[in-house]
Write a protein that binds this ligand. Sequence first.
Ligand SMILES: [Cu+2]
Length: 111
Amino acid sequence: MKQILIAAILLMGIVVQTVFAKDIVQNVNLQVTEKGFEPGSINVKPGTHVILKITRKTDATCATQIVINEKKIKKDLPLNQEVSVDVGTLEKGKVKFACGMDMVSGFINVE
Ligand SMILES: [Cu+2]
């Protein structure tokens, strides 16, 4: 009985590993400059797990925060400090990211 249990646990481990192996993690560097978010448009393949690495380089815009409504993400962007934002695994479509007031924005195009 104990052996069956151990075998089941090992099998579960393999299943979990297989599921996570499909998850392709892609780090995307994003900067906030006088022009807003750069790049303003990011292209990834469906099924990609996107992690944004955002550095705000200027005080000249109002983008001191990043908001991704679709993913219920809101994060402060301190000046000259890289912030990691885990956007999760994306399906086909467009994901908008914007400043706190929705004035400066960009898109992650998933196709
Ligand atoms: Cu703004």
